[in-house]
Design a protein around this ligand. Structure first.
Ligand code: FES
Length: 223
């Protein structure tokens, strides 16, 4: 995951308390800043999966962000309380990683890798196409319908499949402008409640565990 800065990194690693952030906080687009009980329950169950219980902070923040739309101070406090962690430590983690947001973002987020391998294989073209497809001019801007935003991120660990990106909780490989268009059209289509629930709770597929289903070979064996 990409990071935002070194001082926050130290705080996050040390679990140091930073106190409340000065960053401007906006109201949640979903009209609430509190996490519902079923999300808090999921968060409380997370530490059992890790050798050190505070390692659960990242998936917990991910759940909170997914629920509220972005990480409000209230959501971060509730994560801290649910995990029995210092609120300053939780905020330090939230402010360190670029995949966590303290301001409203689109309901669907494109995280386009623009690091070396992806850059050599046309990530700038992909970024331009994402901007055009969702109707924004710059990273972080939310589309008029509130559905989309995009960011450029550092290596997501799937260089072999460049250019690639993460959209919400899934990785997409060997990107083309057509792939982007299809994904935007799909996300704009109305979903059934079941499909929405299934999409929201799909865990992020690690690149090494989820290779592309239809991998197109780029080289041919000669001779
Ligand atoms: S450079 Fe894009 S995934 Fe590594």
């Amino acid at each position: 995951m990409s990071t935002k800065g070194t001082s926050d990194a130290k705080d996050a690693e040390n679990g140091a308390s930073k106190g409340p952030s000065d960053a401007k906080r906006a109201e949640s687009p979903h009209g609430t800043n509190a996490l519902p009980e079923h999300v808090l329950e999921e968060i409380r169950e997370l530490p059992a999966r890790y050798p050190q219980h505070r390692s659960a902070v990242m998936p917990a923040l991910d759940l909170a962000q997914e629920e509220v739309g972005y990480l409000t101070p209230e959501a971060m406090s509730e994560v801290a309380a649910a995990l029995d962690l210092d609120p300053g430590y939780v905020e330090g983690v939230a402010t360190f990683y670029t995949l966590f947001h303290l301001q409203p973002i689109g309901r669907h987020r494109f995280y386009v890798c623009t690091n070396l391998s992806c850059s050599l294989r046309g990530s700038s073209e992909i970024v331009e196409h994402v901007k055009k497809a969702i109707g924004v001019r710059e990273a972080g801007e939310v589309s008029k319908d509130g559905l989309f935003s995009y960011e450029e991120v550092e290596c997501l660990g799937a260089c072999e499949y460049a250019p690639m990106m993460r959209l919400d909780h899934e990785y997409y490989y060997d990107l083309t402008p057509e792939t982007i268009t299809a994904l935007v059209v799909e996300r704009r289509a109305p979903l059934s409640a079941a499909a929405k629930a299934s999409r929201r709770r799909t865990p992020v597929a690690a690149p090494d565990k989820a290779p592309p289903k239809k991998r197109v070979p780029r080289t041919k064996k000669i001779g």
